[in-house]
Design a binder for this molecule. Structure first.
Ligand code: TEU
Length: 593
């Protein structure tokens, strides 16, 4: 578990390229560009970032913001050119940093040449590159062909996952949107084509991949009907059971490893929603599994949902603690590896979700979450804007047509189609959008207090409206903050990342012990060095807006309270044994040995 590897120690920063940094030469004004990313490398380096993961920049009709790729070896013109990527890689190299790409190969765009060819006729040589099925029958009233089963699409609309193709007289499967047909991984030539794409970018100098929904590539043969999990009114249902970690997943991943990954020094993180079974996950991330370095486990970001993402389920701090501690311990005990993240482009902002984003508490909340993230074991992921505590769009007042994400739009339309005349249903859907829409994470990066937050020129309209809090919350203000008493969230992250690296034996590789088990609001854990130094640290986090008391375990004494989220200097005058009092949303970091 604690054998050192560069990919374990790296801090990975996720860039959502459309919203990171535009440049005056952008092919589509108001969109972020690759050159824009290159222009911000000094910023990222000074924060403490080692690896950039950029969400897809390949050629795409953008039905799902680039997660629908029509050419894997071409860069979408709105982001720039292949030369821009080469320049970015060179500039990263000069700073000892690296680039990780987003590999989206569960599905392609319906504009991809493979799909066009596959769709042409049932006799097409690429017919078996996608999932084609004849109708189950025909509607007796309308004569319309009926889809082969009751699977629903995932992204908000929950309509049939099968789209009828008039031309060739069959249905094709697409789990996300109709524009994202699923590749058929049973066909060996499909896998070969994927290995070829992977080699293409690795040979160009990228260091590895984040693999989009990689646990959905193997479908249960026969496409059995899903159980009904959505409420009445829904005809189709998400069929997780039949495509999440399907029968041939591990075989395919091992083939990927043998054919490609084993030949390069890579970093790999698989996106694997819908799975939280230890032994199944360890087949992928176990030290000797020869599949992937790590995966994203969604238990924390899925804490507030039912069967699908656009739902709200009440949750407690105790649950969040239990999930986090469970995965910290599991990977240590069973020799796997964790990824540490609470934000990405598919989730709302963490301070709005897990803490308090009001003006009074947002900075302290940002520092609290940062303290947790920078002291948990595993490879750490930071999402753009997380380092300055960017928050969700303001509820209710934000016009519904300013939400650009296909999931949000589909979900809203579906709600209107089903419940237009039921005001309480409509209000609830609006609340879900205000709380959970993916748009909250996708607004332009807030660089400074100038027009459009410095994301694009003042004369340009950004592709998505900037959050109207950018004058108070922006990177420049926080980098230059000069408060006597506290660090800004950005400064706190910078210090936290530096501390994490300096004490990596403790924070990246060390042992983890939850020492707050039944406290309802305080999360506390002890981290102990994996080496002979036996360095020992304690982290105490108050996840509530009230003062809390928590007790250090017997025999554990704090030598120095190194930091409090409330102060710039050391936390003086705190109890060093027994009961410790925490202020609202306060986090404490103590050194015990
Ligand atoms: O997301 C996969 C996906 O289904 C997530 O929404 C997942 O369900 C959720 O994060 C777990 O709670 C990936 C991409 O990240 C997303 O942007 C794409 O829309 C999707 O795949 C299709 O490519």
């Amino acid at each position: 578990y604690s054998s050192p590897k560069w990919w374990k120690e790296s801090v990975i920063y996720q860039i959502y390229p459309s919203s990171f940094q535009s440049t005056p030469d952008a092919a589509i004004p108001g969109w972020g560009t690759i050159k824009g990313i290159t222009s911000r490398l000094d910023y990222l380096q000074s924060l403490g970032v080692d690896v950039l993961w950029i969400s897809p920049i390949f050629q795409s009709p953008q039905a799902d913001m680039g997660y629908d790729i029509s050419d894997y070896k071409a860069i979408d013109r709105r982001y720039g050119t292949l030369d821009d990527v080469d320049e970015l890689i060179a500039q990263l190299k000069a700073r000892n940093m690296r680039l990780m790409m987003d590999l989206v190969v569960n599905h392609t765009s319906d504009h991809h040449a493979w799909f066009r060819e596959s769709r042409a006729s049932t006799a097409s040589p690429k017919r078996d590159w996608y999932h084609w099925q004849p109708p189950r029958g025909f509607d007796p009233d309308t004569g319309r062909p009926l889809p082969p089963n009751n699977w629903a699409r995932i992204l908000g609309e929950y309509s049939s996952a099968w789209t009828w193709d008039e031309g060739s007289g069959e249905f094709f499967l697409s789990l996300f949107t109709a524009e994202q047909p699923d590749l058929n991984w049973e066909t060996p030539a499909v896998r070969e084509a994927v290995w070829d794409i992977m080699r293409f970018w690795l040979d160009r100098g990228v260091c590895g991949y984040r693999l989009d929904v990689i646990n959905m590539i193997s479908k249960v043969p026969g496409y059995p009907d899903a159980e009904a999990v959505l409420e009445t009114g829904h005809e189709y249902h998400p069929a997780w059971k039949y495509f999440v970690n399907g029968p041939r997943l591990h075989e395919f991943l091992r083939e990927m490893h043998d054919q490609v990954l084993a030949k390069y020094d890579t970093i790999t993180v698989g996106e694997m929603p819908g799975i939280s079974d230890d032994s199944e996950i360890l087949r992928t991330v176990g030290a000797n599994s020869q599949e992937l370095n790590m995966i994203f486990i969604f238990d924390v970001v899925d804490i507030d949902r039912h069967a699908v993402r656009m739902t709200l389920r009440p949750w407690t701090v105790s649950e969040m603690k239990a999930i986090t501690s469970r995965w910290q311990r599991t990977m240590i005990e069973k020799d796997g590896w964790n990824s540490v993240f609470i934000e990405n482009h598919d989730n709302p902002r963490s301070i709005s979700r897990y803490a308090d984003d009001s003006d009074a508490w947002r900075e302290n909340s940002a520092r609290l979450l940062s303290l947790m993230q920078t002291t948990l074991g595993g490879t750490l992921f930071v999402y753009q804007g997380e380092e300055i505590g960017m928050r969700n769009l303001p509820p209710v007042e934000w016009p519904i047509d300013e939400f650009k994400d296909c999931e949000t739009i589909n979900y809203w339309q579906k709600t209107m189609a089903l419940y237009k005349d039921q005001p309480e249903r409509v209000a609830e859907a609006r609340k879900i959008i205000d709380t959970k829409a993916r748009d909250h994470a996708r607004t332009p990066m807030q660089w400074d207090a100038s027009a459009n937050a410095g994301f694009c020129p003042a004369s340009t309209t950004p592709w998505m409206t900037v959050n109207n809090d950018y004058k108070q919350i922006n990177a420049a203000a926080q980098q230059n903050a000069d408060s006597e008493s506290t660090l800004s969230p950005w400064q706190w992250w910078q210090r936290g990342l530096a501390d994490r690296k300096e004490h990596k034996d403790v924070f990246v590789y060390g042992d983890f012990e939850d020492v707050s088990a039944d406290h309802e609001k305080v999360y506390a854990y002890v981290r102990t060095s994996s080496t002979d130094t036996k360095e020992k640290w304690v982290v105490v986090l108050n996840f509530s807006g009230e003062e809390q008391s928590w007790s250090l375990p017997d025999g554990v004494e704090v030598k120095s309270w190194v930091a409090s989220t409330y102060t710039k200097a050391k936390a003086e005058g705190r109890e060093v044994r027994g009961a410790v009092t925490l202020k609202p949303w306060e986090g404490l970091l103590g050194r015990c040995q």
